[in-house]
Design a protein around this ligand. Sequence first.
Ligand code: SAM
Length: 346
Amino acid sequence: MLIKEIIDKLALEGNCTKEELLYLLDNIADEEKEYLWEKADEVRRKNYDNKVYIRGLIEFTNYCKRDCVYCGIRRSNKKACRYRLTEEEILSCVEAGDKLGYKTFVLQGGEDPYFTDERLEKIIKKIKRKFPQNAITLSIGERTFESYKRLYDAGADRFLLRHETACRELYAELHPGATYENRVKCIEDLKKIGYQVGAGFMVGIPGQTNEDLVKDLIFLKSLQPHMVGIGPFIPHVDTPLGQCQGGAAEKTIIMLALTRLLLPKALLPATTALGSIDKLGREKGIKAGANVVMPNLSPNSVREKYALYNGKLSSGDEAAECRRDIERKINAIGFEIEVGRGDSKV
Ligand code: SAM
């Protein structure tokens, strides 16, 4: 089968076999990449028109009890300069964000035991009391079913928990002390509770093959998440993978486009990581099917400290306060910012 035929089948049926996906990843040529991006754009426009949703990202703690070997805020990185925002600081980010037109706040952090259910419930309820129309997305790692439920009942709407890789062996190598089974159980728990759920993975993590990437796509197709975060792996010098090569922007964009074809209604961010390795990464991601951007709303004083990888952008187009510039750039490539909660159509 020709690669263009596989792409046509994906665009028409939203599915193909794992052999076809692998054949495509192993053999796709430049001209076929352009075709893939065009088809992904077409499918996105059918579902979301030319709208791009914006979310304000608040990175509220970089303390983390996990030791993921790729991550700059892993607990073993003694050079990381740790911080956690106070409740007041989080609330003032939210207020500033609302004024700038952000109607979804993404609260992301390391797995920080300081943020107990009680503390998080209090923060979520305060945000919801002040901004009942706005959505809260949590991205705070693995917790128990009961904990997720309490935070949902307090008012959280969505949860991002990337599965990171659907290859069990690779997952185990990358996440000392953690298991793929529990990661997936957490994602399933979140779905059961009623959250709009985001999964996702890194592209180009050392040891990852095209077979592994196909497993990621098949996993996502069966999970049917509302959102999918896909970004390149980027090394951080103070981690065990610090000297490894990072993932490529083009491969990341291919994975974004394939995800758009497999999950036509998913919300797909053009990630900060993609924008960090390629000046035009965000625009290219949007043209290839991404429809969300998440600029940084954290206080300026902590942005550099949330260093998951080296060279992470937090200014310019990644800074929430540059809302007008972000809008201008998105308009320049033929898209429009959608102001509103931007719920998924899944
Ligand atoms: N602790 C939460 C969790 O586990 O989901 C959220 C924070 S975690 C730092 C957010 C995401 O950052 C992870 O899901 C991972 O995919 C990404 N990340 C971490 N280190 C990275 C790196 N070196 N390169 C690219 N992405 C990275």
